[in-house]
Design a protein around this ligand. Structure first.
Ligand code: MG
Length: 275
């Protein structure tokens, strides 16, 4: 991996070969792989996917873990359905995450990566300690495969995440920093958050968003450079902390519009890195 290599958050869907052609057409060879669905986790499909990646000369930095039933429609729905917060689904999801480590390792990933859900701001919240415990089990399961665990930022303020990482107390817990999520979820200034989370950041999501004032709603994702993230300042901030990890472009739409926006984002990031 080259310093600050630009990559793509890739949701492979039903046809990984087509998704990998998209990566090649963009001139990229590093991805964070969206969860491909349970069918790909086991042989023979797992080896088939690995072959497709190798043939396309695409390396996998993280595998993003997701679960059936997660829904990002609005804040209350996310709170109810995403990650490991709900005691009704927690044990099963932790077990599935630990199982997925074998898949991530087989694909050559360095990290598993996820939204853990809304981390309670108050550590006395009844679900805080069980959530910490869930992440300890996930971290230990990942460590058994020499993998790290990258926590996706943005559903909580940086201070809450820093305390949570300290409470998990595992050396392989790291952070995938998504500045746009801080805007989408109104969880603080991404530039301040970058400084606070710097010791744990292993990768960046290059994504942009505009905030909303509408209660319970997420802000709106935009093409990079058109939202509230100050990319010149962000890249200066990354240089200031000596960050050399990958810059992963994430554009959560599909089709030709996504390809066009990713191409434009690559140009912006390349220019700022050289400035
Ligand atoms: Mg992200």
């Amino acid at each position: 991996m080259t310093p600050n290599e630009i990559g793509l958050m890739l949701r492979v869907g039903e046809d990984p070969a087509e998704s990998l052609r998209k990566v090649a057409s963009l001139g990229l060879s590093l991805v964070q792989l969206g969860y491909p669905g349970d069918a790909w986790l086991a042989e023979p499909k797992r080896a088939q996917l690995k072959r497709m990646l190798d043939d396309a000369r695409v390396r996998v930095f993280t595998v993003f873990i997701a679960f059936a039933g997660e829904d990002y429609a609005d804040i209350p729905t996310i709170r109810r359905t995403v990650g490991y917060l709900d005691p009704a689904t927690r044990a099963d999801r932790v077990a599935r995450t630990v199982e997925a480590c074998e898949f991530a390792k087989a694909l050559g990933a360095l990290y598993i990566h996820m939204h853990v859900g809304f981390i309670p701001v108050d550590p006395a919240h009844p679900q805080y300690a069980p959530l910490v415990d869930a992440l300890k089990r996930i971290a230990d399961g990942a460590a058994a495969h020499a993998l790290g665990v990258a926590l996706e930022t943005g559903q909580e303020p940086a201070d809450v995440l820093v305390r949570f990482i300290g409470d998990i107390g595992r050396a392989n817990i790291r952070v995938n920093f998504d500045p746009a999520n801080m805007i989408l979820y109104r969880s603080g200034d991404p530039h301040d958050a970058l400084a606070k989370l710097a010791p744990w950041i292993v990768s960046i999501h290059c994504k942009d968003a505009r905030p909303t004032t509408e209660k319970d709603k997420l802000g709106e994702e935009t093409p990079l450079g058109e939202g509230a993230v100050d990319y010149p300042r962000l890249i200066r901030g990354l240089k200031a902390i000596g960050f050399t990890g990958p810059l992963i472009i994430e554009r959560e739409i599909s089709g030709p519009e996504q390809v066009r926006d990713v191409r434009a984002a690559i140009e912006i990031i390349t220019r700022l890195l050289g400035a």
